[in-house]
Design a binder for this molecule. Structure first.
Ligand code: ATP
Ligand code: MG
Length: 411
């Protein structure tokens, strides 16, 4: 059998990134096509202008098609935004003393989905966290065991149906079918977390332009997910306001002179900028800039900490935080995050891939490459099921599926 081809489209607030890769030996990614385009008509995971979003997605796809030589028909697509929410739920089914099989696991997961989900929400992921057989908990893989009663602990992620539909429409406007939506931090987690971190307990924090997305992993599985409505763009607009600069100049100043810790900046450090309305460049004390940046980033991590506390899993994250996303490139951010949350922190970026990796080897592309990792995961495990209301379950993780839903034609 030929190596499968996987395609992911990461639709962010600042950029759209389409990647085409070949899966070698069942798990190695060889990046064949890259299409990065500035994002349009998308803000914090929500479509604000279908027409321009569609065109931007199309341009990104065309670039990836040109570099890879493949025609793309369908892809995994990233999803984020404050319209996403999650609940934990338990499903129960009777077994009557025989050996538990895959069908029983599906039935248990189906029954976990029977929680009250309003009709205006769409289920994006149903993630199994663990099983209980006849009251015995902590079971990771129930298939093949005997029992009378099988319970599954599931994490159900839903999104606003209209928002998902708008996003789907943007992608289909670019003549691509969405084979599955994948929540941003789950894709990022797939890329940047190690097996050990996941089983110890860890949170991945994807600091994007529009949102900061969190996923908490405990005992190897996702236990909690949430989205904070601030990101790198919030920092930029604070700088624009504070220093009275146009947004594009504020962004440039952030990238050139930005830092996360005020106490490390000397009084005498200055730089020059051209501010609104004045012809002459003016001199800015770097402490003034870093003060603005530190305040906002500190606030974001306070919100991250609050999310972790509210989830009830604080104290269960010995592996700490893994920061990723474009805004995690702010120098000094690791130290600030550690100070605010009292957790060890490291920065995660795409690794272990070959091919056209130059442009995407930065934390900003962890979600983009993570989508491809997710495609591989879908092909080899039954851990994650996704269902669209009114449609039969697709992608239950059978090996052959990967080729079926990622149809590609050689030029
Ligand atoms: N060196 C840097 N220092 C600080 N911020 C940076 C740096 N490089 C990029 N950023 C910020 O990262 C953000 C873009 O990150 P990313 O590409 O992950 O966003 P996105 O995926 O488009 O957005 P989202 O996921 O929120 O929809 C921008 O706000 C940008 O200013
Ligand atoms: Mg992103």
């Amino acid at each position: 059998m030929e190596d499968p081809i996987v395609v992911g489209i990461d639709i962010g607030t600042s950029k759209i990134c389409t990647l085409v890769a070949r899966v070698e030996n069942g798990y190695n990614l060889r990046i064949l096509g890259v299409g990065v385009e500035p994002s349009m008509g998308i803000r914090k995971g929500i479509v604000t202008d279908i027409e321009s979003a569609s065109r931007a997605i199309e341009r990104s796809i065309e670039k990836a098609e040109r570099t890879s030589g493949f025609e793309i028909n369908s892809a995994l697509v990233s999803l984020a935004g404050s319209h996403v929410s999650s609940v934990n739920s338990r499903g129960v089914v009777g077994i009557s003393g025989r050996v538990i099989d895959q069908e029983d696991v599906y039935r248990a997961l189906d029954s976990a989905q029977a929680v009250a989900i309003p009709h205006n929400r769409e289920i994006i992921h149903v993630i199994q966290r663990g099983f209980i057989i006849d009251g015995q908990d902590g079971i990771r893989q129930p298939i093949g065991m005997h029992g009378f009663r099988l319970e599954v602990e599931a994490h159900i992620i839903t999104a606003a149906a209209s928002t998902v539909e708008n996003l789907r429409q943007c992608v289909s406007g670019a003549r691509i079918e969405v084979s599955q939506f994948v929540l941003n931090p789950l894709a990022a987690g797939e890329m940047v977390l190690s097996e050990t971190e996941r089983s110890m307990g860890v949170a991945v924090v994807d600091l994007g332009a529009g949102t900061t997305d969190i996923a908490i992993y405990i005992n190897g599985d996702v236990w909690h997910t949430s989205v904070i409505g601030y990101g790198g763009n919030s920092v930029t607009s604070d700088i624009a306001q504070g220093l009275r600069l146009p947004l594009d100049v504020a962004e440039e100043v952030k990238l050139q002179h930005g830092y996360a810790n005020l106490d490390e900046i000397g009084e005498e450090e200055t730089f020059s900028i051209k501010s609104f309305g004045s012809e002459q460049p003016s001199t800015v004390n770097r402490r003034e800039l870093v003060n603005i940046i530190e305040a906002r980033v500190e606030e974001i991590f306070q919100l991250v900490e609050r999310e972790i506390k509210n989830s009830g899993y604080d104290g269960m994250l010995p592996a700490g935080l893994v920061l990723t996303g474009g805004a995690s490139q702010l120098p000094g951010i690791r130290k600030l995050a550690s100070r605010v949350t009292n957790l060890p922190c490291r920065i995660g970026k795409p690794e272990k891939m070959v091919g056209l990796t130059d442009q995407i080897a930065s934390p900003a592309y962890a979600t983009s490459v993570g989508l491809l990792q997710w495609a591989i995961l879908m092909s080899e495990t039954n851990q994650v099921l996704t269902e669209r209301p009114g449609k039969s379950r697709n992608q239950t993780g059978k090996k052959a599926d990967i080729l079926g839903w990622l149809k590609v034609l050689l030029p």
